[in-house]
Design a binder for this molecule. Structure first.
Ligand code: GAL
Length: 656
């Protein structure tokens, strides 16, 4: 359990650096990330490198005993570069270019920009790659942020043509595969294909999907060009990227394939994220100062899979931020709680954004561990408390690794893209559905692994697939070999890999283990809400519902009030034929868990638990005093069972 901080030496006079470093160490910080936006200071004019300030910053921080994470500065190309090569500016869907004057103003497909990036990263890595205190490197910063991917540039189009050519071989094959006979969309050559923007009405969904797949590969290859340089010069450092929460623009599992990453790091802003995602307003209100209890956990569990077991929080919210629709001050205790929460989910390091609030420029309303006058902020004081607690407790400082959970939730990026391309109803959002299932499992006191659809799922006892647009045979093979309980949500198997309806009707290949056919689907305006009950729980379908025919020995476990099946099952596979109101999802999953032999409990509202190593942690995100579900004579290593808002406790798990 190590703590870190993000620091920008270039934003402060040199006379402050040594004292900052000393105070970081006193606070209990071990890692500091620097440099990721400092290109204009590293290379003020083309080819003219100025390293001496960075040499000194690295030396000062290292001398204090801090370990460094160096960021490559490619998220903020300097003005001279943009002036020399205006075509590096990204192009928006409406065909206009973004301007210089903030950050991320580059086209990820620009060959010129990619060359410039390899050049600056090579120079930086050659200079600092073997520095003993630089333990990790971060590429760029939050790839894809600020809607700069996709870019609809001429460079992107040229690379898209090459990508399509490799994939389809001939344009005739592409025309057939895409169904371009529809609306006379047939192309005479690859070069004739455009980007799927600026069309009067919908572009062909497979055109849109292939463009998203291509752009996802572009993000990964952009990162890998830097990784190749860094591996060469910094062979002993951990290489990482700092991803974002709830962010699906590219396929993070594919991004992390091979040796593209040693650690998945991500940036956790729980309150701002709670404000910006599609949650019911009463939830946003209830958790305005604590963040929704699952909003960070969802991404901790996702990034643990992306990092194949290794993940860091590279930026952790330390107080109010500046970028959400509203930016309240966190409830007392939350900054400390979020650190323990990340550790409980398996994080190796929690690094705060940022050391000191910067009194000028875009982020002056964004807090840090210090106020602009250098006093520790309320968040800074909580970090101090956590650091002291961890240092004083052998049980906390030598925490074992996060173990495999009994429950897996399959999350699939392509499914997100396909249902964004074809929502069918304005309120259908796959990630929100996946989150609803995840939340249900967490309310039942379960630890969850989030995994890709091609993961080895054989060790799980319950596998939940909120939806997966394309049902491939490999996944069905896994079900056939499995004794786990499987739950599939609506729209599963509803498309082929070429974005068409399967010839046997949805759920396509899943029919091998679950003989059902989806005959018709409907999206539901808020006034249409087919009702149903499962056990003692009543509710409705929201957003989406299907008319399903049960074939063979398929059982109908629950029906809507108009007699269409709601839950169907065959052997150990269940299908949920709609987006159900939350309590119904929880009930379906509780039943499946019981059948899988997994003990569940109903946690108090706003309370969550998570096991790591020999400890169980409990957190209270709710506004009321709550009781942690600890056994009567629990051996607490942190706090106690009475949890005020923002409190955390941990006890030794004995066989529960
Ligand atoms: C992150 C970004 C940081 C900073 C922070 C503010 O998205 O990586 O550079 O802008 O947000 O919350």
């Amino acid at each position: 359990m190590q703590l870190g901080v993000c620091y920008y030496p270039e934003q402060w006079p040199r006379s402050m650096w040594a004292d900052d470093a000393k105070r970081m160490v006193e606070l209990g910080i071990t890692h500091v990330r620097i440099a990721e936006f400092a290109w204009s200071r590293m290379e003020p004019r083309a080819g003219e490198f100025v390293w001496e300030w960075l040499d000194e910053a690295v030396a000062v921080l290292a001398a204090a005993g801090l370990k460094l994470v160096l960021g490559t500065p490619t998220a903020s190309p300097p003005k001279w570069l943009v002036d020399a090569h205006p075509d590096v500016l990204p192009v928006r869907a409406d065909g206009t270019r973004w301007n210089f004057g903030s950050r991320r103003h580059y086209d990820i497909s620009s060959d010129t920009y990619r060359r410039e990036c390899v050049r600056i990263v090579s120079a930086m890595a050659a200079r600092y790659g073997r520095h003993p205190s630089i333990v990790a490197w971060q590429t760029d910063n939050e790839l894809g942020c600020h809607d700069t991917v996709p870019s609809y540039s001429a460079a992107a189009l040229a690379r898209f043509h090459r990508w399509l050519h490799l994939r389809y071989g001939t344009v005739g094959a592409l025309n057939d595969a895409w169904g371009n006979v529809f609306w006379s969309m047939e192309y005479p050559s690859f070069d004739a294909i455009g980007l799927p923007n600026l069309t009067p009405t919908d572009a062909n969904p497979i055109h849109l999907l292939e463009f998203r797949r291509f752009m996802s590969d572009e993000v990964a290859s952009f990162h890998c060009e830097q990784i190749d340089v860094l591996r060469q010069h910094a062979p002993d450092a951990d290489l990482l990227h700092n991803f974002m929460g709830f962010f699906t623009t590219f396929d993070h599992y594919r991004f992390a394939e091979g040796d593209a990453l040693d650690v998945a790091a991500w940036d956790s802003y729980p309150i701002a994220r709670t404000e910006s995602i599609a949650l019911p307003d009463e939830q946003k209100a209830r958790y305005a100062r604590t963040a929704h209890p699952d909003v960070s956990a969802f991404d901790h569990d996702r990034y643990r899979a992306i990092g194949r077991g290794r993940f860091w929080v590279m930026e952790q919210q330390a107080g109010p931020v500046n970028w959400a629709p509203w930016n309240p001050v966190p409830a007392k205790g939350m900054v400390r709680l979020w650190a323990y929460e990340a550790f409980a989910h398996g994080a190796e390091l929690v690094s705060y954004f940022r050391w000191r609030q910067c009194p000028y420029a875009q982020e002056q309303m964004h807090s840090g561990l210090n106020l602009p006058n250098d006093e520790l902020s309320p968040g800074g004081l909580e970090v101090q408390q956590a650091a002291r607690e961890i240092a004083a407790s052998p049980a906390l400082s030598a925490l074992g690794a996060a173990e495999r959970a009994a429950v897996a939730v399959v999350f699939d990026y392509e499914t997100q893209w396909m249902f964004e391309i074809q929502r069918h109803g304005r309120s259908f959002d796959y990630q929100t559905l996946a989150f609803d299932y995840y939340e249900s499992l967490r309310e039942l006191g379960l630890d969850v692994d989030i995994v890709p659809r091609n993961a080895d799922l054989s060790a799980y006892r319950l596998v939940v697939v909120p939806s997966v647009a394309v049902m491939d045979d490999a996944l069905v093979d896994q079900i056939e070999r499995s004794t786990a309980q499987w739950v599939f949500g609506p729209r599963s198997g509803s498309k082929t890999n070429l974005f068409a309806i399967p010839s046997t009707l949805p759920p396509g290949a899943l029919q091998r283990v679950l003989p059902i056919q989806v005959l018709e689907v409907e999206t539901l305006r808020p006034t249409l809400a087919p009702a149903l009950s499962i056990g003692d729980t009543d509710g409705v379908a929201l957003h989406w519902r299907e008319h399903v025919r049960a074939n063979g020995e398929t059982r109908i476990e629950a029906q809507f009030d108009d007699a269409w099946p709601a839950i169907l099952s065959h052997g150990n596979v269940r299908y949920v034929a709609g987006w159900l109101s939350h309590a119904l999802h929880r009930e379906v999953l509780a039943q499946a868990a019981r059948q899988a032999g997994i003990a569940t409990q109903r946690l108090p509202d706003g309370v969550r638990i998570r096991r790591r190593g020999e400890l169980t942690f409990a957190f209270n995100f709710g506004p009321e005093l709550a009781q942690a579900p600890a056994p009567a004579h629990a051996d607490f290593v942190l706090g106690h069972a009475q949890l005020n808002t923002g409190d955390v406790c941990a006890w030794r798990t004995v066989g529960d």
